[in-house]
Write a protein that binds this ligand. Structure first.
Ligand SMILES: [Zn+2]
Length: 249
């Protein structure tokens, strides 16, 4: 399912006034000593589950991030910045964001797949992920974008994560990003019955906000030209800066 992502999306006030959002069972964080996260673009790991990563790390889990693309296509018509320069910027922003979360020991595997071309590279990505998840114990968790998230790269990465996790016997948790934009409260297209909540304490929430602030190329315009507008609008940031994160079991 690839859904059209357009307009400003569902306002955060609509989400907050839906009782269902506040009734997801809490995710049990016990039993994880290694977490491998697949991020389609630099920032998905923070926007989706930055708080969960920090909380698992504080409980002793080793954190590994598989950065599938470098996000070089976020401003395709820009005359201010080339795709190569953008990729370098975004790699640096992602590293700063992990540090802001306190994840100084996180391992990052960069696959360098073209932004927007993830589905075509699915077999290659699957081979790398399968290698990283081979011979793991039940205490390894895999995190990835949900394969119904409505963005082709997010869905392709979600499919890879599901396939490899099933094959390797690893626990998979997936997270929505664009879903909060196109879906509506109680939307039947979303598997709410599998949703689990992660509450962020004050320190973790503050660290997540600081980490989001590292993505200058996405949250601020690159120039005054329309093609250099911020990719992450205030409405999107509202939805992704909550004190509670949500994953699908
Ligand atoms: Zn993304």
């Amino acid at each position: 399912m690839v859904t059209t992502i357009a307009g400003v999306g569902t306002p955060e006030t609509d989400w907050q006034s839906w009782p269902g959002l506040h009734r997801f069972p809490p995710l049990d964080l016990s039993g994880c000593d290694r977490v491998v996260l697949l991020a389609p673009h630099p920032d998905d790991e923070i926007l989706g589950v930055g708080g969960l990563l920090r909380r698992l790390s504080l409980r002793g889990a080793a954190v590994e991030v598989i950065a599938v693309t470098d996000g070089d296509a976020s401003h395709p018509a820009s005359s201010t910045v080339t795709p190569g320069r953008l990729a370098a910027l975004r790699r640096a922003e992602s590293a700063s964001a992990l540090r802001a979360l306190g994840l100084v020991d996180a391992t990052v595997h960069r696959l360098g797949i073209g932004d927007g071309a993830v589905a075509a590279a699915e077999p290659a990505i699957e081979a790398v992920v399968a290698h990283l998840l081979a011979d793991v114990s039940t205490s390894t968790w895999c995190l990835s974008t949900w394969d119904g998230d409505g963005h082709p790269d997010h869905e392709a990465v979600g499919r890879v994560a599901r396939s490899v996790s099933q094959r390797c016997g690893v626990r998979l948790l997936t997270f929505p990003i664009w879903t909060w934009h196109w879906a509506l409260p109680a939307d039947p297209r979303v598997p709410w019955s599998r949703a689990r909540a992660i509450e962020l304490d004050d320190e973790t929430h503050a660290a997540k906000l600081a980490a989001i602030g590292c993505f200058a190329s996405q949250i601020r315009p690159l120039s005054e030209a329309p093609e250099d507008a911020a990719v992450l609008t205030p409405a999107m940031l509202d939805r992704l800066s909550r004190r509670t994160e949500v994953v699908f079991e």
